[in-house]
Design a protein around this ligand. Structure first.
Ligand code: TEU
Ligand code: CA
Length: 562
């Protein structure tokens, strides 16, 4: 069938390459080490382009590779136009881009401009004096009665303000104290940032994942947050600020509109009432957003670090609500893990008794929902969370600060370790597991972070040899999605919203209809109540056999209605 015709779906929707693409997220530090210093790098990624090509992904989201003191592993940038020597050179970057493009794979970069590193020259200047020309590149405020300017808390624990002795004022950092927030109110800051965007677009990259873009506009009165719950403070004080859309539209007008690029905003605090405002078609802002509502499901009073199990009904309702919020005007990227959240098969599947089945079933979910799927490195082989036995094995600033707070408060360190292992970010930063060689073939040096000992059973090399591996299932379902415009442009409807174990939904246009059935339980479930009467054709599933009268534990399947 003619590609144009194939993808016109129900004809009303304009085709967009970034809607049809599947993104693969690389956390460069943990992907592949080429020079045996124990740290992943650009040449390591070049070595593994064939893996990406085999899988059939269309876009690589490359995590930050800029100069950085690595307080937050590259999300604290000290030079936006220089490649960190740990990752290689600008020539390595340009070679990676060319070689990806030769395989028809695009590359988007991580744009981290809500904050810089405190080692960025801008901040080094800014802190020197109150009348320094870079002073208002950041937010500096007087303390109040010897205390911080307000009650804002950092995502990484403690106050969001740190006092600097040189000028005896506090500066704002919503993340670590080494990540001072940039003052977007200052047109000079915005001008510098648009220039950085242009610099990378001129290199030929294909877009940006915009880090915490929802936080760039602060309420300039800096009043105390009235919210007890930190996540409410994020939603209603830090995020969706008064000028956030003005800034993004200016960014679009000044630079984004000049390139055929993909822009995906990461949006802590973006809730479904405001989601469309960032991505509305023809609104000169972003193509799509990663909302985080499902990732914060079950978050306790300490935020997501003490997330409790959540009900499938709540998970399903979120997907339906967000589909409704986007309608045919907006667009999402669909994901179930990334470098900030536990491994998807551990969090949403059953990584003990049904690891392979549930990993494949979750792949069906992210590849049949309405939105641009994003696969995080290692999910394609069903990598799992890891248990770190010792405090010193953790690497993530968020966790290390959490442990410090627990100790200061004299709280239960054992429980803190349990929570860190359950919900911490180090889980998803263990090295990509390439083979059964030492350190999973990631490095011949000493890896910067422990390798998951289950690499002997879970690795790319073994997966390639197994036609029923998770990897080969991802390859198959990615290929299926490419032949199926309804999975991209079709409408979505949850057919069983109140069921506690089953997720059954349809994707449809005026020409085609697909039924997706997912069993989020360890039980086989009879389907006589839900079995459909129409004739159906089985398209893909994660078990060798299937029956329309029952669905097995963690079974997922896609039928086309005839
Ligand atoms: O994460 C910001 C964000 O969405 C947080 O909620 C995130 O989940 C983090 O774990 C705090 O709980 C982005 C990046 O993805 C993250 O890696 C960075 O640490 C952070 O911004 C600061 O740049
Ligand atoms: Ca290296």
């Amino acid at each position: 069938m003619d590609k144009e015709l194939l993808f016109s779906a129900n004809g009303s929707e304009k085709r967009e390459w970034w809607k049809e693409a599947v993104i693969y997220q690389i956390y460069p530090r943990s992907f592949k080490d080429s020079n045996d210093d124990g740290i992943g790098d650009l040449r390591g990624i070049i070595e593994k382009i064939d893996h990406l090509d085999y899988l059939g992904v269309d876009v690589v989201w490359l995590g930050p590779v800029y100069k950085s003191p690595n307080d937050d592993n590259g999300y604290d940038i000290s030079n936006y136009k220089e490649i960190h020597p740990e990752f290689g050179s600008m020539a390595d970057f340009e070679e990676l881009l060319i070689k990806l493009n030769r395989k028809g794979i695009k590359l988007i970069m991580d744009l981290v401009v809500n904050h810089s590193s405190d080692e960025h020259p801008w901040f080094i200047e800014s802190k020197k004096s109150k009348d320094n020309s870079f002073r208002d590149f950041y937010f500096w405020r007087e303390g109040v009665e010897g205390r911080e300017p307000n009650n804002w808390k950092s995502f990484f624990g403690g106050s969001a303000w740190t006092k600097d002795e040189i000028t005896d004022q506090y500066y704002l950092h919503l993340f670590s104290r080494k990540q001072p927030d940039l003052n977007w109110e200052n047109p000079k800051v915005r001008k510098e940032i648009y220039q950085i965007i242009e610099f990378w677009c001129e290199k030929g990259i294909d877009g940006f994942r915009m880090d915490v873009i929802s936080l760039i506009s602060k309420p300039m009165n800096f009043n105390d947050s009235p919210h007890e719950d930190f996540l409410d403070t994020v939603k209603y004080v830090y995020a969706n600020g008064p000028k956030v859309h003005h800034y993004i539209q200016e960014m679009y007008d000044k630079v984004l509109k000049n390139y055929d690029i993909m822009t995906v905003g990461e949006g802590p605090g973006i809730h479904k009432e405001v989601g469309l405002s960032y991505v509305q078609r023809d609104k000169r802002e972003l193509n799509m957003i990663f909302h985080l509502d499902h990732m914060f499901l079950g978050a306790g009073k300490l935020g997501r670090i003490d997330a409790r199990p959540h009900a499938l009904i709540d998970f399903k309702r979120l997907f339906s609500d967000w589909n409704e919020a986007m309608g045919d005007q907006g667009w999402l990227s669909i994901f179930l893990d990334n470098h900030d959240f536990p491994r998807m098969v551990s969090r949403f599947g059953n990584d003990k008794d049904f690891r392979s089945e549930s990993a494949k079933m979750l792949a069906i979910l992210i590849l049949t929902q309405r939105g641009t799927p994003c696969i995080y490195q290692g999910s394609e082989i069903g990598m799992t969370n890891m248990y770190f036995n010792r405090e010193e094995d953790f690497r993530d600033v968020e966790i290390l600060n959490f442990f410090k707070e627990i100790k200061v408060q004299g709280d239960d360190m054992e429980n803190a370790m349990h929570l860190a292992n359950l919900n911490g970010r180090d889980n998803v930063r263990t090295p990509m597991q390439w083979s059964t060689e030492k350190q999973a073939g990631f490095t011949k040096g000493q890896s910067w972070i422990a390798v998951n000992p289950n690499f002997r059973d879970i690795n790319v090399a073994s997966s390639l040899k197994d036609p029923n591996s998770i990897l080969n299932f991802y390859k198959d379902i990615l290929a299926f999605r490419k032949t199926c415009p309804t999975m991209i442009y079709g409408n979505f409807e949850d057919l069983l919203p109140e069921d506690e174990q089953l997720y059954i939904y349809r994707r449809y246009t005026d020409k085609n209809e697909f039924l997706i059935q997912l069993n989020f339980s360890d039980q086989t479930i009879e389907l006589d109540d839900y079995s459909f009467k129409q004739n159906v054709e089985f398209r893909i599933g994660n078990y060798p056999e299937h029956s329309i009268n029952h669905i097995k534990p963690w079974e997922g399947r896609v039928y086309q209605l005839l």
